[in-house]
Design a binder for this molecule. Structure first.
Ligand SMILES: Nc1ncnc2c1ncn2[C@@H]1O[C@H](COP(=O)(O)OP(=O)(O)OP(=O)(O)O)[C@@H](O)[C@H]1O
Ligand SMILES: [Mg+2]
Length: 489
């Protein structure tokens, strides 16, 4: 063994090289082999697979072992790559179209497919869908949470679930590692490490290395691994709530997940009608409504102690409302979130406009969104107002379309945008009076004669408010009068 091997992380050092060395998960491993054999006959129907399951159970390992067993070249897109459409097309696209240099098969591995959409990944999911449809090379995705994978990608993949490993299987693997490292170990010590890892092999190996490296013997008392949080997913928690009988377990399961009580209640509420039948639905709904009242008090009084009661009602309360076992449907995420996701772009536009209005009005974005934007939208029915608004708050076409409740590409939106641009060009930046703009008004008054050197152009710029002349004397139509605030109309 060389020095670099001595310092190596054991999880890496003992990473299985072949599918036959992978502990547990025989079913997905066999399925992978069958799929790879199909590729040997030509391009199969299902060109992509997705290995999914909790962290540290062998998904990435299986992907590389498969390639090694079948002597395939590997092209990898990992988490550190930017998951933009361009990156995916550049790396996976080219690889999927051409065979490897020596004419063999090329396995395209895309780790963490559940992270592929999100802001920075815009377009990445669509690019991948296209690549999967058109590829002539096998594609393998991995994910921790299938729910996080875009449905359009999921539909094109064969799903291969990986399960967390039993403590016993992990303990056996740890023993092999100890033998190899020439460490005599107490089986109880290994079992303790294995169980603490809750099925995560990587964590178990890391914990073993932490307590055993450099030793010749490992005793029970050497193992003081702090109890790792069981990495329950939201689906495990829902299962404990709807299918379980133990109220304490249902409540405790919620401590290990990232969901807030506000999110959790949405999950439970969405799934409840499809999980229980008859009176049990009513009973559980009652418990949920109590939980909701407590959550309301948390927000109203900022009394976070109420979370405890809300949590107990929405978990244990729902569990005890079950009088018999029900065969429930698959768990689904809250439909409200799907709706929010589909309206995300429009909400982003709304927030951008609110922020711009907020800046001009010196109020918060929230205040502008709740109190000013509705009025501004109503006023924008008047085209002239919309032009001036767009000019002062520097709205782009999407934002203009939002305020006038129109489609982005309409001619009306474009002409409003153009007129707003002309208005800005006519007025030097410092002249634009924003919400009051007393200083600018004074300046404009002084500089006004100089503006005459723009022949032929209609005067659209801000005009002085003071000294105010009677409308007759101004000789300008009221609607042409410049606006000094968002609500000066
Ligand atoms: N089933 C297994 N058999 C043997 N070793 C395993 C197994 N699963 C994990 N390991 C060990 O744990 C390490 C990490 O495994 P791997 O990278 O495959 O996890 P993963 O499932 O891809 O996790 P993640 O979701 O975090 O990417 C491997 O290097 C290997 O040492
Ligand atoms: Mg992995």
């Amino acid at each position: 063994m060389n020095i670099s091997e001595t310092n190596m992380e054991w999880a890496e050092k003992y990473r299985p090289m072949s599918l036959s060395e992978i502990v547990g998960n025989k079913k997905p491993v066999n399925d992978l082999t069958t799929w790879a054999k199909e590729w040997q006959q030509g391009v199969p129907n299902r060109k992509a697979v997705i290995l999914h399951g909790k962290p540290g159970i062998g998904k990435t390992t299986a992907a590389h072992a498969l390639a090694r067993d079948f002597d395939w070249e590997v092209i990898e897109l990992n988490a550190s790559d930017q998951r933009t459409a361009t990156a995916i097309r550049r790396v996976a696209g080219i690889a999927s179209e051409t065979a490897s240099f020596v004419g063999g098969t090329r396995l395209i591995i895309l780790d963490e497919a559940d992270n592929i959409h999100g802001n920075s990944d815009r377009g990445g999911a669509q690019a991948l869908v296209k690549i999967i449809k058109e590829t002539s090379q096998p594609i393998l995705l991995t994910a921790n949470d299938l729910y996080g994978v875009s449905p359009s990608i999921k539909n094109l993949c064969v799903e291969m679930p990986f399960r967390s490993l039993q403590g016993r299987s992990i303990a056996q693997l740890l023993r092999k590692i100890c033998n190899n490292e020439e460490i005599t170990c107490d089986p109880e010590a290994l079992m303790k490490i294995a169980e603490t890892a809750h099925g995560d092999v990587r964590s178990a190996i890391n914990d073993l290395q932490a307590v055993a490296q450099g030793k010749h013997e490992l005793h029970r008392n050497d193992v003081v691994v702090s109890s790792r949080d069981s990495r329950d997913t939201i689906f495990d928690v829902l299962k404990k709530i709807f299918k379980g009988k133990n109220i304490k377990e249902a409540l405790n399961a919620t401590y290990g997940i990232d969901e807030t009580p506000d999110d959790l209640i949405q999950w439970i509420d969405e799934n409840l009608p499809a999980q229980y039948r008859g009176d049990d639905v009513a009973g559980a709904m009652h418990a949920l409504s109590r939980a909701d009242i407590f959550l309301g008090r948390v927000h109203l009084r900022q009394n976070y102690r109420m979370w405890r009661y809300a949590g107990a009602m929405m978990t244990s309360g729902v569990t005890v409302s079950k009088s018999r076992e029900h065969h429930g449907a698959r768990f689904v995420p809250p439909s409200k979130w799907r709706m929010l996701r589909s309206t995300r772009t429009s909400r982003q536009v709304r927030d951008r406009i609110s922020e711009k209005i907020g800046v001009q009005c010196q109020t918060s974005q929230r205040y502008a969104r709740l109190n000013l934007l509705p009025v501004v939208k109503m006023l924008s029915a008047d085209r002239d107002y919309a032009v001036r608004l767009a000019s002062w708050t520097n709205l782009d076409t999407t934002e203009i379309a939002y305020v006038i409740s129109s489609n982005k590409t309409t001619k009306k939106v474009k002409t409003i945008y153009q007129d707003a641009q002309d208005l800005v060009e006519d007025v030097a930046p410092e002249e634009v009076a924003i919400f009051g703009g007393f200083e600018s008004r004074a300046k404009i008054t002084q500089e006004k004669p100089e503006k005459k050197d723009k022949p032929g152009k209609p005067v659209k710029s801000m005009e002085p408010m003071e000294p105010k002349k009677p409308a007759k004397e101004q000789n300008t139509k009221p609607e042409k009068k410049s606006q000094t605030s968002l609500f000066d109309f």
